[in-house]
Design a protein around this ligand. Structure first.
Ligand code: ARG
Length: 618
């Protein structure tokens, strides 16, 4: 059931997009040629409930160009819009303040949109398919071989995975690339060192584990910095490796394989899919990159090194800064590999959008690489967008650099296992407090893992991406506040209520998607959102698709966390004021049950996009 007179277009497009188009139509009709060529209709969700559901701010920005007063523009807009929103918004529309037009959805229309969300045959809650489905490369995680994966890589992995999940959900084709640091001078050093102190490690007879390797790496680095003879040996080793010497290659492959196995364990625990395409993959393309830069006349020789002088990056003395693309010894740079990667991703992967999820410290690197790639014509900026997606540092609970008590860097595996262990402890305690409740060891295992990993992910994602983030087991595992355990608990509670109201046994593992679909298909379902708490909940449910569209553009996962937290608060208000099981009649009960089921399904869908598993019981 659609609300009787609401325009069909508003259902197809969704209310926000419909209002945007209507504003443009009315403006063109009223002002015609006086309008600028491109007009942003400036319709947004209202910042405060007293301003209605949506507000249009365009009158203020256009008035001067239209040689008119903002209030007058707003008034003409209001009159023109009133016919277009009949049956959809409460009329008369309101012109407020200096020239805002406010829209308030009618209860009937709100109920229809909610019902439409519930009956989405794809189970995708009415999230619209983007007008242009893209091929998107997400370059994330990307640890370095022979080094321990650190908390920065953890952030990249968690944020990158969420961005991939959201973009996939919207229907884009996502290529998840792990640009591992598997090439470079560190291998010369490491192989030269191992050849000296542990040759059996290089042949595969007695392979070291990653911990040993990291220790060897540190020793090798120390040796390299102190001993010029060893420096030469390491450099010679790099050249051997680059020229394809079989024994060196074998040693290199072995080192990569060892690291890969360690990384894989972490990806499994985090449930993250990645395709490895490390730096070494691009080796064969590096000479071609140089040739193309030369052909464009971009390259200059500076003390034997090949450089591209950058626009807008200046040295202290005001001279342009160079980006070195080949060193005087013929070696290539991290940047050269990234240039080759851009070319490959554009030409072979046919990517239209490329996201790089790294710490903010690499912002300059990417700005420079993107500039050179653009000037070299490696991509057409009208067709392809390259975006660095920076994030802040991970700090300890004390606000200082994240370290173990003894001052060492924290091993990722230890960190994740600790989170799981603490989650298990909390869970066991909660279970012990509930008389008669027992859980199988398998369930405990699964739940502790979901909570522990979920807590680490959520704590990271809820922080504004670009801000530094303080790591605290205690805060992230707390059941109170904006945390994973809290949100997971909201799901178990909401789904428990929905299950009970639907007459299903308490221990049934219900599929929320099915429950929602069943509610929606019921003939006698008359959704009513007339109680203020029902209306407030419905309005928040309605926002879900827009949160994802915002995320698609802005790439800020905390927006989704905030949305879910706000949803849970509105649900609590609703549950407090609007009895579900004890509703006054069947029709109201059905309606409230439907709102519960939909809330449960939205929470589940949202958490899944954050890479967090929901549980039937907590
Ligand atoms: N391996 C790099 C690091 O650990 C990150 C690589 C990011 N991706 C890229 N295409 N440069 O800092």
């Amino acid at each position: 059931g659609m609300a009787p007179d609401a325009p069909a277009e508003s259902y197809r497009l969704g209310p926000l997009e419909y209002l945007r188009r209507s504003v443009i139509e009315v403006l063109s009709k009223e002002y015609g040629d006086a309008l600028p060529e491109v007009v942003d209709p400036m319709v947004v969700f209202s910042s405060r409930p007293e301003f209605g559901d949506f507000q249009c701010n365009v009158a203020m920005s256009l008035a001067r160009q239209l040689k008119s007063k903002p209030r007058d523009v707003a008034e003409r807009l209001r009159v023109g819009l009133e016919q277009k929103v009949a049956g959809m918004c409460a009329t008369p529309l309101e012109v407020a303040g200096p020239g805002f037009v406010n829209f308030r959805l009618s209860d009937g229309y709100l109920a229809s949109v909610i019902r439409q969300m519930m009956s989405d045959p794809r189970g995708k809650l009415n999230v619209p398919e983007p007008p242009k489905l893209q091929r998107i490369v997400v370059d994330f995680s990307s640890p370095n071989i022979a080094k321990e994966m650190h908390v920065g890589h953890l952030r990249s992995t968690i944020i990158g995975d969420t961005l991939c999940r959201v973009l996939e959900y919207l229907g884009h084709t996502v290529i998840r690339l792990n640009h591992v640091g598997d090439w470079g001078t560190q291998f010369g050093m490491l192989i030269a060192y191992l050849a000296e102190v542990a040759p059996e490690a290089l042949t595969g007879e007695r392979p070291p584990d990653l911990g040993d390797l990291v220790a060897f790496y540190k020793q090798a680095k120390k040796r390299f910095d102190e001993d010029p003879v060893f420096q030469n040996a390491a450099r010679a080793q790099v050249t051997k490796l680059q020229s394809g010497d079989e024994a060196s290659l074998r040693a290199w492959r072995l080192l990569c394989e060892l690291s890969r196995r360690e990384f894989e364990k972490i990806y499994q625990l985090l449930d993250v899919q990645l395709t490895e395409r490390g730096e070494s993959f691009y080796n064969p393309y590096l000479p071609d990159v140089i040739e193309r830069l030369e052909r464009k006349g971009l390259v200059q020789v500076d003390q034997g090194a090949l450089c591209v002088f950058l626009e807008g990056f200046k040295n202290r003395d005001g001279s342009p800064q160079p980006l070195i693309v080949r060193k005087s010894d013929g070696g290539y740079m991290y940047s050269t590999t990234d240039l080759a990667a851009i070319l490959y991703r554009v030409q072979e992967d046919r990517a239209q959008r490329i996201l790089y999820v790294t710490d903010a410290g690499q912002a300059t690197h990417f700005a420079q690489v993107f500039q050179v790639a653009r000037r070299a014509g490696f991509f057409d900026p009208a067709e392809v967008s390259l975006e660095h997606v920076p994030f802040g540092l991970v700090l300890g609970d004390d606000g200082k650099k994240f370290k173990t008590r003894s001052g060492d860097t924290v091993r990722l595996m230890d960190l994740l296992e600790r989170a799981i262990e603490l989650a298990r402890h909390d869970l066991e305690q909660r279970i012990a407090e509930q008389p008669g409740r027992t859980e199988s060891p398998e369930y405990l295992e699964r739940a502790a893992r979901a909570i522990g990993i979920g807590a680490v992910k959520y704590a990271d994602l809820r922080t504004t991406r670009t801000a530094d983030y303080r790591f605290s087991y205690e805060k992230m595992l707390s059941l109170n506040g904006n945390t994973a355990p809290y949100m997971m608990y909201v799901f178990t509670r909401v789904s428990g209520i929905a299950r009970k109201a639907a007459g299903l046994p308490a221990d049934a593992e219900v599929c929320m998607q099915e429950l929602v679909a069943n509610c929606a298909s019921e003939q006698q379902l008359l959704l009513c959102v007339t109680e203020p708490a029902e209306g407030a909940l419905a309005r928040q449910l309605l926002r879900f698709p827009y949160v994802l569209l915002d995320l698609e553009r802005e790439l800020m996962p905390h927006v989704l966390c905030e949305y879910l937290f706000e949803l849970s608060q509105r649900f609590n208000q609703f549950y407090e004021h609007c009895p579900v099981l004890g509703a006054e009649d069947d029709s109201v009960r059905h309606s409230r049950l439907a709102l519960c089921a939909l809330t449960g399904y939205v929470v589940e869908s949202g958490l899944r996009l954050l890479g967090i598993e929901v549980l039937p019981r907590l």
